[in-house]
Design a protein around this ligand. Structure first.
Ligand SMILES: [Fe+2]
Length: 297
């Protein structure tokens, strides 16, 4: 009989970079010519954001943020690894075939592939996750089955996946990402496949929560802290329905596109009867995104 747990964490790239680039998104937003003049004045920012920023342009607050997510500083990346270093992670092709078989049988038209494109490095959402799960560099002996969710949807592809000024945001929309409900149902199907399997399985959601650079309503200055807080409270209280009620547009307008991974996790946890055992909400107004860590078992 399988043993199944759920984990959630961030894959925030700035954690692995040397130096302090945590306020890069905020500085980019402040340089945007479209930013309304009054929002250039710190005194017009939310009080907690002012507190983090004031005095030293956020330096102390960002160092606290780094400490809160428990990482270390080094060079050239925080572990002293260079681009010449190769991180080997074992794949799990038999688990891939098992999961795809079960999930497609359950009615999800899952795409799958046997290899990544030769010209691409392993995508950041996966490799940073492995990196942070092995923060102390003890080694990562587990086999990994990456399952990608389209977290771009309507607004991110036109922005080429990154930070864009408002002048470059044309209003062009792409087809939507899967809805939160569909992601929860997919998580449920994956959990059933995992529970039917002979393996010990950790289902891992990897993403920070609301991203400032996708939070148009705040002119990209800060993430949607209030909505993140509300969803975290619902997570703590086991109120899965509060998550299920969010629409795809709610998710996009809050800059929470990557949280679709967490919707998969919550759907999986519900199906597998997992309960929140431990969690941490690391809040920030100036470091682009709130980071949440969770263990469900
Ligand atoms: Fe990401």
């Amino acid at each position: 009989m399988a043993e199944v747990i759920g984990l959630g964490l961030t894959h925030y790239p700035a954690l692995s970079r040397p130096g302090n680039t945590f306020t890069r998104a905020l500085k980019f937003a402040l340089e945007d010519p479209a930013l309304p003049a009054e929002l250039r004045s710190v005194e017009n920012w939310p009080a907690e954001m002012q507190e983090e920023w004031s005095g030293d342009e956020g330096l102390a607050a960002t160092e606290r943020h780094r400490a809160d997510v428990e990482t270390y500083a080094d060079d050239p990346n925080v572990w002293g690894e260079t681009s010449a270093d190769i991180v080997k992670v074992q794949g799990a092709p038999e688990a891939g075939r098992w999961i795809a078989q079960h999930v497609i049988d359950a009615g999800f038209d899952l795409a799958y592939s046997y290899k990544i494109r030769d010209d691409r490095k392993f995508p950041h959402a996966f490799i940073h996750t492995v990196s942070y799960l092995d923060m102390a560099r003890d080694g990562f002996p587990f086999r990994l089955l990456p399952i990608a969710v389209n977290c771009y949807g309507k607004y991110v592809i036109a922005r080429r996946g990154g930070m864009r000024g408002f002048a470059e945001i044309t209003g062009e929309v792409d087809p939507p990402a899967p809805s939160p409900q569909r992601c929860m149902d997919l998580g449920g199907a994956i959990a059933r496949a995992a529970m039917d399997s002979p393996w010990r399985v950790a289902m891992v959601a990897s993403s920070s929560w609301s991203h400032a650079f996708l939070h148009d309503r705040a002119w990209h200055l800060h993430p949607d802290v209030e909505t993140d807080r509300a969803l975290y409270k619902a997570l703590q209280e086991g109120d899965v329905d509060a998550w299920r009620r969010r629409s795809a547009d709610d998710v996009a307008l809050s800059g929470q596109q990557e949280m679709l991974n967490w919707y998969c996790l919550l759907g999986a946890a519900e199906e597998a009867g997992l309960k929140l055992n431990w969690s941490q909400f690391v809040e920030t107004w100036i470091c682009n995104s709130n980071k949440v860590f969770a263990v469900l078992d």
